[in-house]
Ligand binder design. Structure first.
Ligand SMILES: *Cc1c(COP(=O)(O)O)cnc(C)c1O
Length: 356
């Protein structure tokens, strides 16, 4: 007897368009500038060799070090399998499927929408306005049934920060009704803009962090939720029993040593200098229409013919991220900041293309 397995899947999974991660999109080459990864790797060793026992639920030393790094108490921190797990975990904890809603402001990180669709949570997508800023009046009109608002700061893929006053306003209008989740995946590239200091006075603020970007550990899969203890305790009821494997916490603990945090800050400084150089050079390329300012480790660029640029560079092994289908981003590509050499490859390729 034959039957269709697909019909057994939940309806929203059958219609789901999965997140198109850079790894799934593929490509061939040696200049990878499509996933906002850090361009150089820091060496680590495995200090724990025994794997027959389950890991600690929340590895103590690692959490202590992250608390130290963020000036928070350990009970304000939850470690997760990357920020991506945290994005979904918060929805599972706070949203009643089919009833509660989340709200986000495109163009932004794609996983807020995909996670909501997987769990079966409805959403409001309220596009940003002007220079990618929040449309506060429309957000305020659409807060009925909204439990969670996801803001990515600095925003991926646009690279900008949101006005601090707008974030304060958002905290005011959501107090007692919804939680504000601020995704700070890229905050190390503009550290002075972190909202961690607001946690003290805003019970309904959640901040997401990751070791995948500035800490150069995308392959490790380690992220953190920063929030008040009540929120952390609720999330702990829902998270999987052993979210981090022993090798993950082993390496994360090393990455969070005083010495390695200084190293990370130095790497960030160098990368920010490369970003400045790349933006200056891009502005001199005739195929470029507009370079958007960036506080992060990537830059959004509008080209005269983005498809041609994307394909031409792809064929030369320079892999960028196409944003053309994203709302408001026609003719745009996102370029992760690589090493100076990688940035030079991009510029050389663009200059050759401009000559045609
Ligand atoms: C990369 C990224 C993440 C995912 O972080 P992981 O810790 O690697 O899961 C989350 N949010 C934003 C905005 C990102 O760009």
């Amino acid at each position: 007897m034959s039957f269709n397995i697909e019909e057994l899947a939940r309806k929203n999974i059958r219609t789901l368009v999965p997140y198109e991660s850079a790894r799934r999109l593929g490509g061939n080459g040696n200049v990878w500038l499509n996933a906002n990864e850090f361009p150089v790797s820091t060496p680590f060793y495995l200090s724990q060799q025994q794997m027959n026992r389950y890991p600690e639920f929340q590895p103590k030393l690692m959490v202590e070090r992250y608390a130290n790094y963020t000036n928070l108490n350990t009970n304000q921190i939850l470690a997760s399998r990357g920020a991506d797990e945290a994005i979904e975990l918060i929805m599972k904890t706070f949203c009643e499927p089919t009833k509660d809603m989340i709200l986000f402001c495109p163009p932004t990180y794609g996983m807020y929408k995909v996670s909501a669709e997987i769990i079966g949570i409805k959403y409001h997508a309220i596009p940003t306005v002007g220079n990618w800023q929040l449309n506060l009046p429309v957000i305020a009109e659409n807060l009925d049934n909204v439990k969670l608002i996801y803001i990515c700061n600095p925003n991926n893929p646009t690279g900008n920060l949101f006005n601090v006053n707008d974030i304060y306003h958002l905290l005011e209008i959501t107090a007692g009704k919804a939680l504000l989740v601020v995704d700070e995946a890229y905050i190390e590239f503009c550290m002075e803009s972190t909202l961690v200091k607001l946690l003290k006075d805003h019970m309904h603020l959640i901040i997401l962090r990751t070791l995948s970007k500035a800490f150069a550990l995308a392959g490790l899969r380690c992220g953190f939720v920063l929030a008040n203890t009540q929120i952390i305790d609720l999330l702990m009821k829902v998270i999987t029993p052993y979210p981090l494997s022993i090798p993950v916490s082993d390496i994360a603990t090393q990455a969070l040593s005083k010495k390695n945090i200084i190293l990370m800050h130095n790497n960030v400084k160098k990368l920010n200098i490369n970003r400045k150089w790349l933006i200056e050079q891009l502005n001199m390329c005739s195929c470029v229409e507009k370079v958007f300012s960036s506080e992060s480790n990537y830059v959004l660029v509008r080209f005269k013919n983005s498809m041609k640029v994307f394909k031409r560079l792809w064929n030369q092994g320079i892999i960028l991220r196409d944003q053309d289908k994203n709302i408001g981003l026609s003719q745009c590509l996102r370029i992760s900041i690589g090493t100076r050499k990688e940035c030079e490859h991009v510029i050389t390729a663009l200059k050759n293309l401009s000559l045609e």
